[in-house]
Design a protein around this ligand. Structure first.
Ligand code: 8YV
Length: 337
């Protein structure tokens, strides 16, 4: 091996995968330190293409669209980290990633306030029928102002908001609700500390009480196998006919077919949905409902926050490839200092 070759191999940049389009400046910075396989076309990779790419790299930036499991990792001999650009990581089979000795990270905190803002926006749009009203106006139906014949909504102020899942985003929603004079109740796997309950002005109730008492039910829990269809026909049956249901958590937490039936039958007043089972496909029966506000999974979607998520994921990736502990490592047992 001549000196030149030695130098080249010594200076070899680690190879990484950027599985989806990211901001050009972030990609340029990555290219300064890494050899990058990037998917700037932004077409979700097939499982085969993902498996192949993971077999070639030492680090990968991925999103909720990439399922990382034993099959995806089948050839990933040199992979040290899969860094999710997302706080939720139900796209990760964490035991399989851990068994392969690979670190997994996510992007908590940086999106909490943006997502809580969005939850509130979706709640307000749903309760006050804003998108339905806009369609009504655009369809030329607004002939005159009317006391009773314009779309009439439900109040937020001084109503009861029920929050299912009281992590960082749930607590952010509770704090916003206090500003509207709302009565805040919540249910969570584990109860908050007295101080945290006080800071959110929130009262802990059982899941059944939450369903029965909430005027507005907001879902902010992570998706797990146990949480599949946490809200289905039996749960909706407990809700008030005047209630709204907001899902900013994950598709699969709500049984979308049951929800569509309930909305069509007037069992609840309305729903605001940012996430869907099998998204980006939306259940055709949901699309037929007028009492629903639909968004394309944009809870964290401000440019500032998406940049912060990408930056944090990159920080995790860089740390892992430098032998340091990634700041938001999920499977801490894999890290060896
Ligand atoms: C992501 C999200 O944009 O962070 C999450 O859990 O739902 C969103 O912020 C989405 O999951 C894509 O990875």
């Amino acid at each position: 091996m001549n000196t030149q070759t030695k130098l080249t191999s010594h200076n070899r940049k680690p190879k990484i995968l950027v599985a989806r389009a990211i901001f050009p400046e972030a990609l340029a910075k990555l290219k300064a330190s890494f050899e990058v396989i990037s998917n700037q076309a932004d077409q979700v990779l097939t499982p085969q293409a993902l498996q192949k790419a993971l077999g070639e790299v030492e680090g990968a930036l991925v999103t909720g669209s990439e399922r990382i499991d034993a099959a995806a990792l089948a050839h990933a001999k040199n992979l040290k980290i899969v860094a999710n650009i997302s706080v939720g990581y139900n796209n990760f089979d964490v035991p399989a990633i851990t068994a392969a000795g690979i670190m997994a990270s996510n992007t908590p905190d940086v999106l909490t306030d943006t997502t809580a803002d969005f939850g509130f926006a979706l709640l307000m749009a749903t309760a006050r029928r804003i998108t339905e009203s806009e369609r009504w106006v655009r369809d030329g139906k607004w002939a005159q102002w009317s006391i009773v014949h314009n779309p009439l909504g439900m109040d937020l102020h001084h109503s009861t908001i029920g929050i299912l899942g009281m992590g960082r985003i749930g607590q952010g929603i509770a704090k916003r609700a206090l500003g509207f004079g709302m009565n805040v109740i919540y249910h969570n796997r584990s109860r908050l500390s007295v101080e945290d309950e006080k800071a959110c002005g929130a009262t802990y109730v059982s899941k059944e009480e939450l369903l029965r008492l909430a005027d507005h039910l907001v879902l902010v829990l992570p998706y797990t196998a146990q949480n599949h269809h946490t809200i289905g026909a039996p749960e909706i049956a407990l809700m008030k006919p005047t209630a709204t249901l907001i899902n900013i958590a994950r598709g699969g937490i709500v049984d979308d077919a049951a929800l569509a039936q309930a909305l069509q039958a007037g069992k609840i007043f309305a729903a605001g949905l940012d996430v869907f089972e099998g998204e980006p496909t939306v259940h055709p029966e949901l699309l037929k409902c007028s009492n629903i506000v639909i968004a394309p999974h944009i809870g964290s979607g401000t440019e500032k926050t998406r940049r912060a998520m990408v930056d944090l994921a990159i920080e995790n990736l860089r740390a892992a490839l430098q032998g340091k502990r990634p700041p938001s490592l999920i499977n801490t047992e894999v890290f060896k200092a």
